[in-house]
Design a protein around this ligand. Structure first.
Ligand code: PMP
Length: 347
């Protein structure tokens, strides 16, 4: 079934066979990959493991994602790009998004000359289930991207709703769960892949795991999709330094857990503070590591904060989000400075 959805040139691709994928046992003398015999003591004179085995084993151990259901991208951005290249034919196919949402789904679609069908969120920033299902039947997008918790709104969509959409969607439903760790009582779509192999889930090390600079994204999928991702990705897409950074985060999960708790506590504090400001008209309930807020004049508040050395994200040009700013949760000290600055603005 998955093979019918794949682009035939990807399905039939003869993958590049790297030196390291042809040989994975132990040997003392490695003269197979045209590397340098020296280059520092962190092992970077050698190519990384194309299969990222150590990292994926640790992901299974810590996150409970089965080894044969995980693949690693250079950030989840690369996973998004790869999914589009695997399933969408340039100049012919489309993806579906529900704006306002994360921006790279449509950018990567456009770099592949793949059309973007947008079914806007409802006025209360929820998925418009009826319109989505109707549009899926009409336009038959190859991938429906659903971001939950959504960026930039912070809203979690009910899993039941996502599953109903995935059920009628004959293509791939890609659920981007980048911010899942910050959502209390979150119900992941990962467990549902076994029943519906057209569902894939995206996770990242960039948020709760604190490794945005390492560029590590996880594709969680049916093994059939995973295998194709592995053969179609650039062989050495993730560096050995990044793999180490990911292992470090997983092996110190206590720090990740503590950071998640602090983020949630500060998010609640910030939301309450924002609600108390006279120029704030709406604080959107968030289950992510940011808060979206509607103010009297987002552009001038943005510039005012910038003058104070604080940069937030102006989301006002997104549909439904006029006069909104998205504020990431930072350290205790950063939140204190932000509050002081915001108290001093008389918008
Ligand atoms: N998905 C969402 C919803 C995001 O907000 C982001 C980054 N802001 C990404 C994916 C990309 O994450 P990564 O750093 O893993 O490429």
């Amino acid at each position: 079934m998955i093979s019918e959805l794949l682009n035939p040139w990807i399905r039939d691709l003869v993958p590049y066979s790297s030196a390291r994928s042809e040989f994975s046992d132990r040997a003392d003398i490695l003269l197979d990959a045209n590397e340098s015999w020296e280059g520092g003591n962190d092992g970077v004179n050698r190519y990384p493991d194309p299969l990222l085995r150590e990292l994926r084993e640790e992901i299974e151990h810590v996150m409970g994602i089965p080894y044969d259901m995980s693949a690693i991208g250079n950030g989840s951005d690369e996973v998004i790009d790869m999914l589009i290249r695997m399933f969408c034919a340039p100049g012919r196919d489309s993806i579906m998004i529900e704006r306002p949402t994360y921006g790279t789904y449509s950018v990567f679609a456009h770099t592949s000359n793949v059309a973007v069908v947008d079914v806007p969120l409802t006025a209360d920033l929820d998925l418009d289930e009826e319109a989505i299902i109707k549009t899926i039947k009409e336009k038959k997008p190859k991938i429906v991207f659903i971001c939950s918790p959504n960026n930039p709104t912070g809203k979690v969509y009910p899993l039941e709703k996502i599953l109903r959409i995935a059920e009628v969607n004959d293509g791939i439903t890609a659920v981007d769960e980048a911010y899942a760790d910050f959502s209390e009582g979150f119900k992941s779509a990962i467990q549902t892949i076994k029943e519906n192999p057209r569902i894939v889930v995206l996770r990242t090390f960039s948020k709760a795991y604190g490794k945005a600079g390492a560029r590590l994204g996880i594709l969680v999928s049916d093994p059939a999709v995973q295998k194709v991702f592995m053969k179609a990705k650039p062989p050495y897409n993730v560096s050995s330094l990044s793999e180490k950074a990911g292992l470090e985060a997983l092996r110190d999960y206590e720090s990740v857990r503590r950071r998640i708790e602090e983020t949630i506590r500060r998010r609640k504090e910030l939301s309450a503070f924002l609600r108390s400001l006279p120029y704030v008209s709406e604080v959107f309930p968030s289950e992510a590591n940011f808060v979206l807020v509607r103010v009297s004049d987002a552009a001038s508040l943005y510039s005012y904060l910038l003058e104070k050395g604080i940069v937030v994200r102006n989301r006002s040009s997104d549909p439904l989000l006029e006069n909104t700013l998205r504020i990431t949760i930072g350290s205790e000290a950063e939140m204190a400075e932000l509050k002081e600055a915001m108290n001093g603005w008389n918008g």
